[in-house]
Design a protein around this ligand. Structure first.
Ligand SMILES: Cc1cc2nc3c(=O)[nH]c(=O)nc-3n(C[C@H](O)[C@H](O)[C@H](O)COP(=O)(O)OP(=O)(O)OC[C@H]3O[C@@H](n4cnc5c(N)ncnc54)[C@H](O)[C@@H]3O)c2cc1C
Length: 459
């Protein structure tokens, strides 16, 4: 096993031990609940650094936390006493406008990605917040505004470079290590460190959309209108339904700041001049109390809610896939949603139809293409003293709506620490094959700080 001095000689990026400059800054992750103290933090500057860090952690018997954007709810991007491999310096994004592809480093965020691709009038499906990591989000599936039109983020992945547990550098793609490539598209961070990912891009430049707030009294009508329209709406229409405590923003009347609303956030990625017509059923659902809807660059909508989720905010998550909304389910949502505790809390219903359902159920490792929605309930706030109350709101809400979900699984990227045992249901129909790929790539489970897949026992 290499000593720390030898490791420092092998890598170009900084290697930080407790007590050294930058340690406190770099041990932190987005969810402020996780205050952990790793033995070593390696900031990877190149694939060679990743190989050295993986070898060091494996040979030393350390826990290895691989961090992309650091947004994992359970804090998988940090650990106590182990090695953190922080990929954030590897955040370059190279666009090939002729092939309409972009290759992103394993530490890029969606902000990095959109900044690079928007210059060419191109985009691919990312999340709804720009500070989330491209790698972590894509490996779990990748749900966002463009999913109904362009598929999940992982559906747009055309290739990746991966450092596996034995320190090898592998290419994964349609004709390279096909099992690994299949597993990377929904199987989470279980199979190795992704040093770069190549994505297909689409002609998405200006979009038409933004938040629309409705009175709570109209929530049942708005939810039902959303549920009916999104079932067959044109695929360029994405977005989500949610609850929102009104932030102090200019488009909301000052005397309504802090009030609770239900919200639709449409994103029309077809021709902007068709946008108003495309969202008409949302306007017709009920009177709109406040809105900020119009044509805007796609990256503007992708970063519109960033301010609600600063690094260090304390979070608790629960999630399900949902097959449909019954009247009883709507009533349970309204009861709990109308008590949303903070401006950074909510329940979102993300549609999973359209292009997402054009891929066969086993074509990628993402195993829940038959669901209509991915539902997430998140409570977040700055004060530790309020953790218990926020967590209780999430659990009570989840307990009330889970019986109507129609499925046992939830999106792996929306799971918190206490949902580790749900992994088989969350991966769903692809779990057994994922276990076999895991056994081939990482039989000793070096990469276990994730929604973990237990390696299949080899006969
Ligand atoms: C504010 C916020 C908004 C979100 N919005 C969305 C959304 O709109 N859509 C959506 O689908 N999800 C969303 N998520 C969930 C998000 O997809 C997950 O938290 C995801 O895991 C974050 O990826 P990351 O790289 O930022 O996180 P990290 O904490 O860095 O990593 C998460 C997991 O991915 C693995 N990983 C990260 N980088 C690599 C790499 N380079 N190689 C191998 N493994 C790696 C890690 O080991 C870990 O297991 C959101 C999360 C937050 C906090």
């Amino acid at each position: 096993m290499a000593t720390i001095t030898e490791l420092r000689e092998q890598v170009r990026g900084p290697v930080i031990e407790p007590g050294e400059g930058g340690y406190d800054e770099h041990r932190r992750v987005h969810n402020g609940v996780h205050d952990r103290r790793p033995a070593l933090i390696v900031l990877a500057a190149a694939t060679a650094d990743v190989v050295a860090a993986v070898n060091y952690a494996r040979d030393g018997g350390f826990d290895l936390a691989v961090r992309g954007g650091g947004h994992s709810g359970p804090g998988f991007g940090t650990c106590d006493g182990g090695v953190v491999l922080d990929m954030s310096p590897m955040n370059n994004v190279f666009v090939d406008p002729v092939r309409k592809t972009a290759r992103a480093g394993g530490g890029a965020t969606w902000g990095d990605f959109n900044h690079a691709t928007h210059a060419y009038g191109l985009a691919t499906t990312g999340g709804i917040i720009s500070t989330t990591g491209v790698a972590g989000l894509t490996l779990g599936g990748g749900i966002g505004y463009l999913a109904r039109g362009c598929g999940l983020s992982c559906d747009n992945l055309v290739g990746a470079e991966v450092v596996t547990a034995d320190g090898r550098i592998l290419a994964a793609g349609e004709y390279d290590n096909e099992d690994l490539f299949w597993a990377l598209r929904g199987g989470g961070g279980n199979f190795g460190v992704v040093t770069s990912m190549e994505f297909a891009l689409h002609d998405v430049d200006m979009i038409y959309g933004g938040p629309m707030f409705y009175e709570l009294a109209d929530a049942p009508a708005v939810m039902q209108a959303y549920d009916e329209y999104i079932a067959n709406a044109p695929e360029q229409l994405g977005g989500f339904f949610g609850w929102q405590l009104a932030p102090p923003l200019p488009f909301i009347p000052e005397d309504r700041h802090g009030d609770r609303f239900c919200a639709l956030v449409p994103c029309w990625s077809g021709r902007p001049e068709q946008g108003e017509q495309a969202i008409k059923p949302f306007r017709d659902a009920a009177p709109v109390a406040a809105e900020h809807v119009g044509p805007m660059p796609y990256p503007a909508l992708n970063s519109a809610f960033d301010g609600l989720f600063p690094t260090g905010i304390r979070q608790y998550w629960k999630a399900d896939y949902v097959t449909g909304l019954t009247g009883d389910a709507v009533a349970a949502h309204v009861e709990h949603g109308s008590r949303v505790p903070t401006v950074s809390s909510g329940m979102h219903l993300y549609p999973l139809n359209g292009a997402v359902q054009r891929l066969g159920p086993d074509e990628t490792a993402f195993g829940h293409r038959d669901a209509k929605y991915a539902m997430v309930i998140l409570a977040a706030g700055p004060d530790e003293a309020d953790d218990e109350a926020r967590t209780r709101w999430v659990r009570d809400y989840y307990g009330a709506v889970h019986p109507y979900s129609g499925t046992e699984g939830g999106y792996i990227n929306f799971m918190d620490v206490d949902d580790a045992d749900r992994a088989p249901e969350n991966y769903g129909r692809t779990y057994d094959r994922l276990r076999r790929v895991k056994a081939a790539c990482d039989p000793d489970n070096l990469f276990h700080l994730n929604q973990n897949i237990v390696p299949a026992v080899r006969s």
